[in-house]
Design a protein around this ligand. Structure first.
Ligand code: 2AM
Length: 499
């Protein structure tokens, strides 16, 4: 008897997703290069309720065990291992069969592979899977992109396997063509970097300036998790503050080295922001913070030079009203988060336009409401903003978000000022505030930068004031446009206005 689907790559994510699929009633074949993991998965399938998981030690019998058209999800390391696995499996696959890459793959690799597979008559999907190991087992957020035909064939499976959110359905949708599923997952991770950084800054201000204990922090974050900030990341943060060290001599959070690791999707997001000429300062600040955190030894030396103490040692130590500070930080965190999501959504939109993907931003917010690391009730507000206006230029100008920001901006400014005066860096909150303050102003000092460019640009070698009056008249922008010399006027306009 043949199975409905196959899964290759049985590290914990792969094992968990396979068990999840089996549990939803789809018999599944599993395979891994190192065969001990196949046996391990079968053992787990037995232990977790005799789930219909069938193990294979060689790729050929694995592929043959799946009903046609065959679908195989790969969960192996991104990059060369994916190419190797495709090569191994596709040798036994037939026209109309489909391979799905569930890893965090660079979207262009997916597009390259989709093309190569099409030539073999095979279908291909790049599917972002978010939610970590726990999500994979109990319901992840799934972002499949690529062949629509292939998506239709697995739709019944993914609709059941994905996280289910009351009122908004399963956390999966067909994202779009090509590598769009991987791209959207990458931006999701960039947004996640931003969220984590902003939360860390809130912690820093509350601990260093507000002198909150871990117990108090736990209570504050638990309280926040009952309001507008309710989210997976706030929830686990509250839990973290409550975890005691193994040895029982203090809290775990205080024993963790202040150096953040990374796997690359945040860096890709920032590279894409530059490629697309889209401002993403909050996400960039979170990436920079990870880079700086990595310089632990240098920071230790610098602390000696600048006579700073450890965590919690601040300049201008002052007595603050704790309750007021907690409330201000909550508002600063929320407003900063709006700006960060606005940046992420704008990145997706810019890419969608460039690639012709026609991505639905509201749908993306919907499938992020459950299963994934950034799940939050806040995403429902984003979905509604795009429901109101799918062409929204920026989340900030959605009437509801605009009001929320205006209501919170005084608190937000107080927190950033307090942090600056205390010598506590809040790069994420500050970047978000600067983003907002730049975006909301009709007039910026950009005129001066442009004037400087014009001044040293080649075309200003002849200064306007040295030209005869008839030329000045002729070179006014309106007349240049009238006589069809728009291109020429481009370079002159700013100079003329400047003069
Ligand atoms: P392994 O157990 O045989 O190492 C995460 O590392 C997953 O990717 C594991 O299932 C691992 O298989 C798989 N993987 C890594 N490199 C691979 C490769 N070159 N070919 C096949 N699978 C690979």
């Amino acid at each position: 008897k043949l199975t409905r689907i196959g899964l290759a790559g049985l590290a914990v994510m792969g094992q968990n997703l396979a068990l999840n699929i089996a549990e939803k009633g789809f018999p599944i074949s599993v395979y891994n290069r190192t065969t001990s993991k196949v046996d391990e998965t079968i053992e787990r399938a037995k232990a977790e309720g005799n789930l219909p998981v069938f193990g294979f030690h060689d790729p050929e019998s694995f592929v043959q065990s799946i009903q046609k058209p065959r679908v195989i999800i790969m969960l192996v390391k991104a990059g060369a291992p994916v190419d190797q696995t495709i090569k191994t499996l596709s040798a036994y696959m037939e026209k109309g069969d489909c391979i799905i890459d569930g890893g965090n793959e660079w979207y262009e690799n997916t597009e390259r592979r989709e093309k190569a597979m099409t030539e073999l008559g095979l279908l291909y999907l790049g599917m972002g899977v978010s939610g970590g190991e726990e999500g994979a087992r109990n319901g992840p957020s799934l972002m499949p992109g690529g062949s629509f035909e292939a998506y239709k064939y697995i739709e019944d499976i993914v609709l059941k396997v994905a996280a289910q959110v009351p009122d908004s359905g399963p956390c999966v949708t067909y994202i779009g063509k090509g590598g769009s599923g991987n791209f959207v997952k990458m931006i999701h991770n960039g947004i996640e970097y931003g969220d984590m950084q902003l939360i860390a800054e809130a912690y820093d201000v509350l601990k260093s300036v507000g002198k909150l204990s871990n117990e108090e922090l736990k209570n504050v974050f638990s309280e926040w998790n009952r309001g507008e900030l309710q989210s997976f990341l706030i929830e686990i943060t509250a839990d973290i503050f409550g975890i005691k060290d193994d040895k029982g001599d203090g809290y775990l959070v205080d024993k963790v080295l202040d150096k953040t690791g990374m796997k690359g999707t945040g860096k890709w997001t920032v590279q894409q922001a530059a490629e697309l000429s889209v401002a993403a300062p909050t996400i960039e600040a979170s990436l920079d913070s990870r880079f700086l955190s990595g310089l632990k030894e240098e920071r230790t030396e610098a602390a000696k030079v600048f006579k700073s103490g450890g965590f919690g040692d601040i300049l201008d130590d002052q007595v603050v009203d704790k309750e007021r500070l907690i409330d201000d930080v909550r508002q600063a965190l929320y407003a900063s988060k709006i700006c960060s999501y606005a940046q992420g959504m704008n990145l997706i939109r810019a890419k969608s336009i460039e690639k012709g993907w026609d991505l639905k931003l509201g749908e993306l917010a919907r499938i992020w409401k459950g299963g994934c690391i950034i799940r939050a009730i806040f995403l429902d507000r984003i979905k509604k903003a795009y429901d109101r206006n799918s062409d929204l230029a920026n989340l900030l100008v959605d009437p509801e978000f605009a009001k929320e920001i205006i209501d919170r901006q005084s608190a937000w400014r107080r927190v950033v000022c307090l942090a600056i005066n205390s010598g506590i860096s809040t790069p994420g909150m500050s970047a978000s505030l600067a983003y907002y303050d730049t975006y909301r102003r009709e007039r910026l000092p950009a005129n001066l930068v442009q004037a400087q460019r014009d001044y040293f640009g080649a075309h200003t070698l002849i200064s306007i004031s040295h030209l005869p009056p008839w030329y000045r008249l002729f070179s006014s922008p309106g007349i240049l446009r009238l006589v069809g010399l728009d291109a020429l006027s481009e370079s002159w306009i700013t100079t003329i206005n400047f003069n």
